[in-house]
Design a protein around this ligand. Structure first.
Ligand SMILES: O=C(O)CCC(=O)C(=O)O
Ligand SMILES: [Fe+2]
Length: 396
């Protein structure tokens, strides 16, 4: 089978080999590239911590040492299955699934491909975002209790919940290597809980972490990336000075209910969705100790700057009130978002676009399409015009 390396490895943040399809069901071993060149090319199994579930001291020791905790079936598979049906039904109504298929199978209409930053993504995502069950899922006792054991003090979920709805055969938009702090901020102790809503074998593109990478103990340089979030760490370059980064990526064939928990400095990425036609659906929510600072944007619905969405719109059809504005009962200091990470990424995209980089062109086109009159949108229009790049269509 031919193997090709896609894109500019310095900026795409994956260093993965695109595979010819169809992709068979894979074990971790069979996913190893034919020629293993560096540790970063290897995939190993996540350590399962179910044995320590009732031992907070051991949980705290492990996460301090390894930078993540992984639990099999931490969450109730039946509740997640029902959430999956609700979410995918909305996606089918939005035209993202092949008409007439069972929504739970998540069979993507590949022609509808889009990602975060596209208006067509938020058109459907924000309908999913209105589901009461989606928000409630982040507050289930099994997660809340686990996060509280790990943090050792009262916690709260961030108001901004996140789902990722990732199309197949769209691998250059895969979430690149990053630390969550650049996106969510607040404080380094915040925890991310990532969980697929449905089984997520490796070829569907689950999350992978670099164990121990949080020990770099600071926010690494992030660069422009076309992938979700738009920012990526060059781990190969960083590993020259940070030996703790010269380790293998750890991931697994996730099953429904499995949950990965990690702090804001742990380096992680998603694997590409190499399936023929399956949407990957997952949740990533953040938790913080009550009383710690929270960045202002985490009080808003996700991607509300791409398309305006208010909590009132989110709540419109909810059957209960107990979860509405729940965070207002906590006195967490609110801090302004540090926009420097996003600004640096944009400046790099502009430089690359001037050099003719097609990924940067695509990124700038997206910005122009969604917000032509914003400061970034105006610069993007100017750079694309100088390069003679047609702003439409956005899709490559
Ligand atoms: O699911 C993804 O693709 C990205 C998730 C992520 O980066 C996170 O959970 O922090
Ligand atoms: Fe992340």
């Amino acid at each position: 089978m031919p193997i090709e390396v896609r894109g500019n490895p310095r900026y795409n943040g994956h260093y993965v080999k695109a595979r010819a399809s169809p992709v068979p069901a894979l074990s971790i071993d069979s996913w190893l590239p034919r020629k293993v060149q560096t540790m970063s090319d290897q995939l190993k199994e996540l350590r399962v911590s179910n044995d320590a579930m009732d031992d907070p001291a051991e949980l705290q020791r492990r996460i301090a040492d390894e930078g993540y905790l992984f639990f099999k079936r931490l969450q109730n598979p039946d509740k997640l299955r029902s959430l999956r049906r609700e979410m995918l039904t909305v996606m089918q109504q939005g035209g993202w699934l092949v008409a007439g298929t069972d929504p739970v199978d998540g069979i993507a209409n590949v022609a509808a491909q889009c990602t975060e930053g596209d208006l067509s993504y938020t058109d459907v995502y924000h309908e999913v975002y209105k589901l009461e069950a989606f928000h409630r899922s982040a507050h289930e006792p099994e997660i809340m209790q686990m996060v509280e054991k790990i943090m050792g003090r009262p916690i709260m979920p961030h108001p901004q919940k996140i789902a990722r709805l990732w199309f197949p055969k769209y691998t250059e938009h895969t979430t690149p290597i990053h630390q969550d702090f650049v996106h969510f901020q607040g404080n380094f102790e915040n925890l991310t809980c990532w969980a697929p809503v449905g089984d997520c074998p490796i070829e569907l593109g689950g999350l992978a972490v670099l164990p121990g990478s949080h020990k770099v103990d600071h926010v690494l340089d992030h660069h422009f990336s076309l992938g979700a979030g738009g920012l990526c760490v060059d781990t190969e370059a960083e590993a020259k000075t940070h030996r703790e980064l010269d380790v293998a990526w750890h991931t697994t064939n996730y099953e429904i209910g499995d949950t990965l928990i990690f702090p804001a400095l742990t380096i992680h990425k998603a694997l590409p969705n190499y399936t023929e036609d399956k949407l990957r659906v997952s949740l990533d929510n953040r938790y913080q100790a009550v009383g710690e600072p929270i960045a202002d944007h985490m009080l808003d619905p996700h991607l509300n700057l791409v398309s305006n969405l208010t909590w009132e719109e989110v709540y419109r059809d909810w059957k209960t009130d107990d979860m509405k504005y729940y965070w207002k009962q906590y006195a967490n200091p609110v801090v302004a978002r540090d926009k420097s990470y996003a600004e640096k990424g944009f400046a790099e995209a502009v430089e690359l676009a001037k050099q003719g980089d097609p990924r940067a062109h695509l990124h700038l086109k997206r910005i122009v399409k969604r917000d032509p009159n914003s400061p970034f949108g105006r610069i993007a229009q100017q750079v694309l015009a100088e390069k003679g790049v047609d702003v439409a269509p956005v899709m490559a």
